[in-house]
Structure formats: C-alpha cells, structure tokens
Design a protein around this ligand. Structure first.
Ligand SMILES: [Ca+2]
Ligand SMILES: [Ca+2]
Length: 241
C-alpha cells in the first residue's frame, strides 16, 4: 500500500463536519432543534453543492525536497485529489534538481508508471465542477527522447465527455539549460467539468490551473456563524437535583 499525502485542509469536508455537529447537538426544545437542523441542512448543501465557485487555483506540487522523489498512491492539494487510475503504480512527487529528469526549478508530479493521471475535487455522488485552464508538461526523462502525446479526457454533467490531444515538443535535457516544461492552454470546452483523466506514456506535470475553485460561500459561512451564535446563546435548562 502506497503513501497518500494531503497537502491542505478541505473546506467542503470541514463544512460537512460542521453540519453534522449541528445536527448532533443536544435537544433544547423542539424549536431550537428544528432551527439547528434547518441550518445544518443548508450548510451541508452549500458544502457539497454548486454554491462554491470563484477564482482560479494553481496546483504546484511543492512537497518533495529538491533532489528527491516521494512515491505516493494518491495526493491531495487544496482539496483536489490526484491519483493514478491504474492503481498500484501510483504517482511520484519530485523535487526537481535531478539531472536526468525535467527541471523547472520547482517540485512537480509524475505518474510513476503507465502514464495515467486523474484528478477531481470529490467522488460520486457529489460532483464539484471546475474549469481546466492550463498545465505545464514535460517528457518524463532524458532517457525517453522525443515528443509525447497526451490524451486528455474531461467529464462534465449529463454524461458530457470532452477530449483533446496535446503533444510535447520533445525537448528535455534535465537540469541542462533548455526549457523542459511547456504550457498547454484549454478552452471553454473544458470550463465545466468534474474530473480530468490524462492518458499517455511517461510525462511530468506542474502548475495545473483550474477555475471555479470551490470555496465556502459567504452565505454558508454566515449561516455557520448564525448557527454558532444560536448554540452559544441557547437557554440553560439544566436540572439540578
Ligand atoms: Ca511546481
Ligand atoms: Ca532543462
């Protein structure tokens, strides 16, 4: 079993936990419990539903120290889950600075075998939609010369599947002076999807930019605050013997 890394907190999950805590608070009369249940329901809906969606985010994979690689079975950064659908081959988080591997001065991600990568904010039945804006690609190593073709598959609502093929330039001299990574941009066809799969031979990827980043909406946070205020201000009806 490989290692699974999680790089940051996941706002959606924390809000789900908050809603569960609201539901589980002790009874203080039917009215109070009804209010808390309603608030919990709204917060839960906002945690998993479409009331997030603004801004862009860049996934940079800055985990492994320079000159090292960390094999993982999956990886989570800012709520986005990355995994290799082919299973046990997993992924490698590379720190850069390795002579035979591509170099951009930072850490990056490489499917360790099979050349397959998938990423998504969450799994069924709750889909969080985002837009794929761009990513940086390089071939996997200087011992694998020549361009690499990547088949990019995006899954949207109502069974929509969007595909595109991108081809790298074949330039990869490791820590030599040439630019190994190049940026590929994606258009509006990839603007509202919930999962991306990339199929290829070996490749390295960095600086994945997505739009429609899930964030706790202002309304959900306001409701959460109101729920906390209700709970802290509840009447004390403890019975004394
Ligand atoms: Ca990076
Ligand atoms: Ca180079």
């Amino acid at each position: 079993m490989g290692l699974s890394l999680q790089a940051s907190a996941e706002p959606g999950r924390s809000m789900i936990m908050s809603s569960l805590l609201l539901i589980r608070t002790p009874l203080n009369g039917g009215g109070g419990r009804a209010v808390r249940l309603a608030l919990a329901g709204v917060v839960l809906l906002c945690a998993v539903g479409p009331c997030f969606a603004q801004g862009t985010m860049v996934f940079r994979f800055e985990v492994a120290p320079r000159g090292t690689g960390i094999p993982v079975s999956s990886y989570t950064e800012s709520g986005m889950h990355f995994w290799n659908p082919r299973g046990p081959q997993g992924l490698v988080l590379l720190g850069g600075g390795i002579p035979a591997l591509p170099e951009n001065g930072t850490g990056y991600l490489c499917p360790s075998a099979g050349g397959t990568l998938a990423f998504s904010y969450n799994t069924s039945p709750f889909h969080t939609f985002f837009g794929l804006v761009s990513f940086d690609l390089a071939e996997s190593g200087t011992n694998l010369p020549g361009p690499v073709t990547l088949h990019v598959v995006a899954y949207g609502g109502q069974g929509l599947v969007v595909t595109d093929d991108v081809i790298t330039d074949g330039i990869n001299d490791g820590t030599g002076p040439l630019e190994d990574f190049e940026t590929f941009n994606f258009g509006t066809r990839f603007a509202n999807v919930y999962r991306i799969d990339i199929f290829s031979d070996r490749f390295s990827i960095d600086n994945i930019v997505v739009s429609g980043v899930p964030e706790p909406s202002a309304s959900a946070l306001a409701l959460l605050g109101a729920a906390c205020a209700l709970w802290s201000g509840r009447p004390n009806r403890r019975r004394h013997a």
